[in-house]
Design a protein around this ligand. Structure first.
Ligand SMILES: Nc1ncnc2c1ncn2[C@@H]1O[C@H](COP(=O)(O)OP(=O)(O)O)[C@@H](O)[C@H]1O
Ligand SMILES: O=C(O)[C@H](O)[C@@H](O)[C@H](O)[C@H](O)COP(=O)(O)O
Length: 226
């Protein structure tokens, strides 16, 4: 039987666009139903975004492990027909081994990773006009590092929810190297974006299809205010 999310198959323009997809093993999609008019509303938001601006930019989904970054970035990239970059794919083998062993990364561990990922985000966005990325980007300094390395405007979207919801998700996500035991350090490290940052905070428990509509509307309102 086709998975429930097949109902939300996207328009052919998005589906056939050139993509650089770096998928993370172990991610699944939220299959809760969304309103029937979602595709129409999202289609309108995508068109508006594409018509109103050709300004190169990237959307970065941020938040602690398990908050839904990869899931939502997949949705958005499909809608926009643009490349999606998975932050996990840019970690060194040493970083992955460290996290797998249950040790949180340090600033020093994260610095080269953020540089390489920021660079790749910038390259993808410049090549395609826009890009979507999933990256925890837990601290303000990490977001600044991504901005500096990408050289394109970055729109950060924090997926925020409580500890219990994240813990439940991590416990139900087999086959991922990130152990649930690192959740406390992830939450302790998280610096929510300040009002002076180009960032939107969303309730991570909503369905990805609905979150994506909010993201598109917000980016469009910032890039090309009515
Ligand atoms: N909006 C959502 N509602 C419910 N579950 C979700 C949602 N987004 C993601 N999930 C589930 O939570 C888990 C973690 O999602 P994932 O996208 O891998 O998070 P991250 O990339 O932030 O680590 C996955 O099992 C996924 O199916
Ligand atoms: O900076 C970090 O500590 C890591 O980047 C971490 O935040 C990230 O969450 C892991 O790489 C797991 O990947 P997921 O976030 O995709 O679970």
């Amino acid at each position: 039987m086709a998975p429930a999310y097949a109902r939300y198959k996207l328009p052919s323009r998005a589906a056939t666009a050139t993509k650089v997809v770096m998928v993370k093993p172990g991610s699944t999609r939220d299959t809760r139903p969304v309103p029937a008019n979602w595709l129409i509303e999202s289609g309108a938001a995508v068109r508006q975004l594409q018509e109103k601006t050709d300004r190169t930019h990237a959307i970065v989904l941020m938040g602690v492990s398990g908050s839904g970054k990869s899931t939502l970035s997949g949705y958005l990239a499909e809608l926009l027909g643009c490349p999606v970059l998975e932050g996990d794919a840019f970690h060194s083998a040493a970083n992955v081994a460290k996290m797998t062993a249950g040790h949180p990364l340090t600033d020093e561990d994260r610095w080269p990773w953020l540089g390489a990922l920021g660079n790749a985000i910038g390259t993808a966005a410049m090549g395609h006009g826009r890009a979507v990325a999933a990256c925890s980007a837990l601290k303000r300094s990490y977001r600044e590092r991504l901005c500096a390395a990408s050289c394109v405007p970055l729109y950060f979207v924090l997926l925020d929810t409580d500890r219990a919801e994240i813990a439940r998700r991590l416990a139900n996500r087999p086959g991922h190297y990130m152990p649930p035991s690192l959740l406390n350090s992830q939450l302790a490290t998280l610096e929510r974006p300040g009002v002076d940052e180009c960032a939107l905070t969303l309730d991570a428990t909503r369905a990805p299809a609905l979150l994506s509509a909010d993201v598109l509307g917000w980016v469009q309102s910032v890039i090309a205010p009515a």
